[in-house]
Write a protein that binds this ligand. Structure first.
Ligand code: HAM
Length: 416
C-alpha cells in the first residue's frame, strides 16, 4: 500500500478547521500591521539558500532537499522563507518603494529532519518580513505582532525570549571569547559541540545535550560584548517592549539556527517543551540583502510553524470554528421528483444555500437516515404530489417538525 513519504502528512478534512483558523488570524494581524502577501516559488537555486542561511548551518549541511533538474541546474526546495523574500525584494526593485517594505507569506517548507511530533520534513510557516528599516521600533513591532498573533489564536501557555547577538563589528570579539572559554572544556564536550566550536561557534549555546548544559549556562554572554551601537539598539528595543508590557525574558542562550541574524533574535516557545519545539522565531538580518548581492539594506522578520501551533491549540483545548458546510439535504421519490430536485438544488446553490443531494433509488426512510448521519439541519422532501402542486416538504431535522410550502418561497425561508 502506498503511504505518504516519511515526515509528510495529509491534511484531512477534519483538520482543515485549524488551518483556516490560523490563516484567518494570520491575515487579520497582517492587515493590522500593514503587511502584504507575497508568494515565492517552491524551489530556488541552491546557491540562494547556501549563501543566505549559511554554509555552516545544519539546514544547509544536512537538511536541504537539493537536486539537479533536467537542465542540470542546482535546485533546492525552500528550507525557509526569508531568503526567497529577500531575493524577490532585490529582483523586483522594491528598494524604490517606501521603506520598510512589509511582506508576509503562508507557505510549505522542506527540511530533511528526523521526524517526530511537531517536526516534519514538509511543514508550513506563516512568516513576515519588514525590509528596509534599522529602527528598533520595527524590531519591537515585529516581536509584538508575533506575540499578539499567538494571543489572538487563544494560546496562553507560551513565553517570549529575546537576545542580541551583535553585528559584524562586535561579534568576532564575542566569538573569540566564547571559543577561548570553550577551549578549556574541549575534552568534555559532545561530538557535535567540538565541530561547532570551529565551524559555527555561536551554536555551541544551542546544544541540547545534558552534559554540555553547565558549559552553556556559564558561557560568556553576547549582551556583554555588544558595541555601543548594538547595545543602544538593544536597550531601546527592551524599553519599547516594556512600554507595550510584553512579558519577555532575555536569554543569552538564544542564538537561532540560521547564520543571517544580526542584533535582535527572539523566539516564542511553549512553556512545557521550551526550545525543543519552538512555536516561532525570528530576528534582525541587516547583512542578508547585501549578501545576496542587493544594496546593503537592514531588515527583520519572523516565522511561525503551523503544525506546531495546531499541536499547542489541541494541547490547550482551544476550540476552533468549524468550516461552513451545507445544512440542507434534498430527498426525492420517483423520477419526476428527482428531476425537479436537480433543478431545485441548482437554484438553491445559486442563491448561496449549500445543499447535499440524495442519489440512487433509496427509500425515504433511508434518505432521512442519511440526512441525520450528515448532521443536516433541514431535509427537503419532494414526491410526485409536491411536483404537481409546486410545493416541497421542509423537515426540521433537529426539532422534528415539518411544513409544506411553495417551492419558490423556499430560498427565502432557508435564508430568513
Ligand atoms: P526557523 O526557526 O528555522 O526560522 O523556523 C521557524 C519556525 O518553523 C519554528 O519556530 C518552528 O515553529 C517551525 N519549524 C521549523 N522546523 C520545523 C519542522 N521540521 N517541522 C515543523 N515545524 C518546524 C526560520 O525559518 C526563519 N526564516 C524565520 C525568520 C523570518 N527570521 C526572520 N524572518
Amino acid at each position: 500500500m502506498y503511504q505518504a513519504p516519511r515526515g509528510t502528512a495529509d491534511i484531512l478534512p477534519q483538520e482543515q478547521a485549524y488551518w483556516r483558523y490560523i490563516e484567518e488570524k494570520a491575515s487579520a494581524i497582517c492587515s493590522l500591521y500593514g503587511y502584504e502577501r507575497i508568494d515565492t516559488p517552491t524551489f530556488e537555486s541552491t546557491r540562494l539558500f547556501a549563501r543566505g542561511i549559511g554554509d555552516g548551518t545544519d539546514i544547509v549541511q544536512k537538511e536541504m532537499y537539493s537536486f539537479k533538474d533536467k537542465g542540470d541546474n542546482d535546485i533546492t526546495l525552500r528550507p525557509e522563507g526569508t531568503a526567497s523574500v529577500c531575493r524577490a525584494y532585490i529582483e523586483h526593485g522594491m528598494a524604490n518603494l517606501p521603506q520598510p517594505v512589509k511582506l508576509f507569506y503562508l507557505t510549505s517548507i522542506y527540511r530533511y529532519e528526523r521526524p517526530q511530533a511537531g517536526r516534519l520534513r514538509e511543514f508550513h510557516q506563516f512568516g513576515y518580513e519588514a525590509i528596509g528599516d534599522a529602527d528598533p521600533v520595527i524590531d519591537a513591532e515585529v516581536i509584538e505582532m508575533a506575540w499578539r498573533f499567538y494571543q489572538a489564536l487563544g494560546l496562553k501557555k507560551i513565553s517570549l525570549i529575546i537576545n542580541s547577538i551583535g553585528c559584524s563589528d562586535c561579534r568576532p570579539n564575542y566569538l573569540d571569547n566564547l571559543r577561548k572559554y570553550y577551549d578549556k572544556y574541549v575534552e568534555q564536550l559532545c561530538k557535535d559541540c567540538r565541530t561547532r566550536k570551529e565551524r559555527n561557534t555561536l551554536r555551541l549555546l544551542d546544544c541540547k545535550q545534558l552534559t554540555c548544559q553547565k558549559f552553556v549556562d556559564n558561557a560568556p554572554k553576547s549582551e556583554h560584548f555588544l558595541c555601543a551601537a548594538c547595545a543602544g539598539h538593544f536597550n531601546l528595543l527592551k524599553k519599547y517592549l516594556d512600554r507595550m508590557e510584553l512579558p519577555y525574558t532575555v536569554d543569552h542562550k538564544l542564538v537561532r539556527g540560521l547564520d543571517y541574524y544580526t542584533r535582535t533574535v527572539f523566539e516564542i516557545q511553549p512553556e512545557i517543551e521550551g526550545s525543543q519545539n519552538t512555536l516561532g522565531g525570528g530576528g534582525r538580518y541587516d547583512n542578508l540583502i547585501a549578501e545576496l548581492e542587493g544594496k546593503p539594506t537592514p531588515a527583520t522578520g519572523f516565522a511561525a510553524g503551523t503544525e506546531r501551533i495546531i499541536l499547542n491549540l489541541k494541547r490547550e483545548g482551544i476550540e476552533v470554528p468549524p468550516v461552513k458546510k451545507p445544512s440542507v439535504f434534498l430527498a426525492s421519490m420517483g423520477e419526476n421528483a428527482r428531476e425537479a430536485a436537480i433543478k431545485l438544488a441548482s437554484d438553491l446553490r445559486q442563491a448561496g444555500i449549500g445543499v447535499i443531494q440524495s442519489t440512487g433509488a433509496k427509500s425515504l426512510k433511508a434518505q432521512l437516515r442519511q440526512a441525520n448521519n450528515l448532521d443536516m439541519q433541514f431535509a427537503i422532501i419532494i414526491g410526485d404530489e409536491e411536483v404537481a402542486a409546486g410545493t416541497v416538504v421542509l423537515k426540521d431535522m433537529k426539532g422534528n417538525r415539518q411544513e409544506t410550502l411553495p417551492t419558490d418561497s423556499l430560498a427565502d425561508r432557508l435564508t430568513g
